[in-house]
Each structure stands twice: as C-alpha cells, then as structure tokens.
Ligand binder design. Structure first.
Ligand SMILES: [Zn+2]
Length: 407
C-alpha cells in the first residue's frame, strides 16, 4: 500500500472543530482520520476504528485539539531593526513624525534592499519559529520593504522559501503600495503609474505573490491611487487586501469592499458606513492589536458594529520591525480580547476560520472538517480560554501540518 494512503487516527482529544459559526466554544470528544495529509473523517473513535481497521493512532491524551492557528497579516520578512524608534516614541515623538524624518518603513527599506534572499530568510526564521511554537500552521507574509522590482521579488522569494524550509503553508502578498520609495519622494502619482504599468504585471508574471496589498493613509497613498493599483492587480488576477483606516478615516474599508477585497486590515477609524460595506462585500476585518499597543493608540476598531453586522473578524500579529515587533499569535489574541473586547471564542475563530477566509484559504484549512488539510494544534490547557488569557505560557503540546506531527 503506498504511504500516501496510510491512515492515521487522532484519538482521545477534546476537539474544537471551529466549523459551526456559533458564538461559544463547543468541545466534542470526537476523533479525526487523516490520509495523505488531509482530513477524511471526523467521527467517534469506535466508528473510525471500524472504518479504518489498519490505521495508526496518535493519542491526544485527553488534550484540547484545535485547527492549526493562522497568522493572516505579517511583515515577518525584513532586514535591519528599528529599536531606536522606541526611544524616540517614549520621548513623545509620533510614528508619523518619525516616518516623515526618514525612519519608519523607509528605514527598513534601506536595510532590506541591501539584503540577499538568504539573509532575509536567516533573519525571518527565528520569528517564524516562534509562531510555529504557538501552533501556527499557515502564515501570510507581505513584501513592501523593497519598493522596486528586484528587492520586492527577493522578499517574496524568501517568503516562498520559508514555506519549503518549514512544515508550514505560506501565503505571499505583494505590498507594492506600502510607502513611496525614497527616490520617488514627492512623486506618488508617478510611482502609482509605474506600479500599475510595470511592477504589478512583473510581480504577477513571477507567480511569487498570491495577493496584492496597499496602505491607504495620509502618509502613504490616497484612496484614488489605491483604486488604480487595485484595478491593475485584479486585471492580473491578484486578489486584493488593504491596510485601511489605521490612523485616520480614509473611507478605506469601503474602498476595499468596493474592490471585492479579501480583507481590510487595522480599521481603527472605520465608521458605520465602512462596516456596512465590508458586510455587504463579505470582506474580512483583520484586527491588529499589536500595532495599536506598540503605537499606544487610543482609537479602537468598531468591534461592536462589526459584530452586529456579521463581518468575520480575524486577529493577526502584523509582525513588523517598527509598529508591531511581535512574533506571538497568542499575544495578539490576548490583546484582541483585552484591548478590543473580543470574546475568547472570537479570538480563536479570528486566528483560525476567519484568518483562513482573509487569505482565501477557507476551502483548504482553518477548521477541522473532511476534505481540508489536517492542520492541527494540540494544547496542554484545561480550557480553550487559557489560550487567550495567558502570555508566554508555551501551551502547545504538538503541531500537525498536513498530517505530519512536528515530532
Ligand atoms: Zn501591516
């Protein structure tokens, strides 16, 4: 019998499948059958033993079993560090003022342009490994610190390579409109023109990007400029997503919705109209409480409006060197609960099913259901809420990616 068709049963777990969109967290003492990396059945252990009498068994030891976690918004591939900025911000300077003075994103652009693919991989792997140690099985990685073709492609290549070096699904995003390249200072219209005419077509042709992203903000790009970039991206069959309404209300959530975006991310300043647009378009709201925390913001995203409108809310780390230096999805979930008021169930859904949807991957991962990849996290906790409550507790017992346990 070929190895690919060997069956494994994950037995004796208390399973949260994440499949039913109910408000609470219901655990089932069910078992999971895996074949060739995919879940083929979810049922009682007795029934699965009858159906697969030759199957090997992995004993979960009565532990909590959840879908593998998904970090759906990161800038985890980058070079250099911006540690000096925390000193300046603690002294009272704003992020916008640091960025305008050549710090911020542009500081990371200088370091990243000078790095090889291997240096980018070597720099990112410790951060990636920190996420894997918290049960992450799918990771989104954005470019956006090259802002010219060759270094954007190096970043995307590094992200793809990380997906081969680790037991992990990597979804790559070309963040072509992150900031104005320093050499194009004062010419954002010219850069957008080049983005649409040359950069987006070239990146699409490289097949290194799974989506396109932009930053709609006073210090980045206007709604009209982002709209042009989105049209070019969609012409080249790249799904779009947007850094929207983080520091001011740019009506960017509605813009993302108009373009059928997979997700609109940040959303601190999004108004009721923007929330209604997200709901109508089925666009996921990605909440990034790490950036809120590190920037010491006061304006919270409209969680109650999103909840009432039924907009799926994802939670991600936004792992980046300046505004969210955090490689911990569990900490992001903790901040989402304590800073933004998400329930523990919303936090868990936010780092599983909603995050999968934000990446266009809900068909293949994000819940424990037959047909999906067998991406699981098995936890040393008595209650699911412990995953949200604690910080630094290292609760993971075992991670499985495509059916393969880490040990
Ligand atoms: Zn971001």
């Amino acid at each position: 019998m070929p190895a690919a068709s060997a069956t494994r049963l994950i037995a004796n777990g208390r399973v949260w499948t994440g499949a039913a969109p109910r408000p609470g967290i219901e655990l089932e003492s069910t078992a999971i059958a895996e074949q060739g990396g995919r879940i083929v059945a979810v049922a009682g252990i007795g029934e699965l033993r009858r159906r697969y009498p030759a199957a090997a068994e992995l004993d979960a030891g009565g532990r909590l079993v959840t879908p593998g976690l998904i970090d759906c918004h990161t800038h985890i591939v980058h070079a250099g560090n911006r540690a000096a900025e925390i000193e300046r911000r603690l002294a009272g300077e704003s992020y916008e003022s640091i960025a305008r003075a050549g710090g911020g994103i542009v500081a990371t652009v200088r370091a990243t342009r000078a790095a090889t693919v291997q240096q980018l991989i070597d720099g990112a792997l410790p951060r990636v490994d920190a996420l894997l140690a918290e049960g992450v099985t799918t990771l989104e990685v954005k470019s956006g610190y090259g802002l010219e073709l060759a270094s954007e492609l190096r970043m995307l290549q590094a992200a793809r390579d990380i997906g081969r070096l680790r037991a992990l699904t990597v979804a790559t995003t070309y963040l072509g409109a992150h900031a104005l390249p320093p050499e194009r200072s004062g010419d954002s219209e010219g850069y957008i023109e080049q983005l649409c005419r040359e950069l987006i077509p070239a990146v699409a042709a490289s097949h290194l990007a799974d989506a396109f992203d932009a930053y709609c903000e006073r210090m980045a790009f206007s709604a009209a400029q982002v709209a042009r970039a989105f049209e070019a991206a969609r012409t080249h069959e790249l799904p779009v997503k947007l850094h929207a309404d983080q520091l001011s209300n740019m009506h960017a959530a509605a813009l993302a919705a108009r373009h059928g975006a997979l997700s609109a991310d940040h959303l601190e300043y999004t108004d009721a109209e923007g929330v209604a647009a997200l709901a109508a378009a089925g666009t996921v709201a990605v909440l990034l409480p790490g950036a809120f925390h590190f920037l010491r913001e006061r304006q919270r995203p409209p969680v109650e409006l999103l909840r009432r409108a039924g907009v799926p809310m994802a939670v991600a780390t936004d792992c980046n060197p300046g505004t969210s230096p955090m490689a911990s999805i569990l900490t992001a979930m903790n901040f989402a609960a304590l800073e933004f008021g998400l329930s523990t169930a919303e936090c868990l859904r936010g780092a599983t099913a909603a995050a999968a949807r934000a990446l266009g991957l809900l068909e293949s991962t994000g819940t424990i259901e037959p047909g999906k990849w067998c991406d699981l996290a098995i936890w040393n906790v008595a209650e699911p809420a412990e995953l949200v409550q604690g910080i630094g507790m290292r609760p993971l017992h075992l991670r499985l990616w495509h059916g393969r346990p880490d040990r």
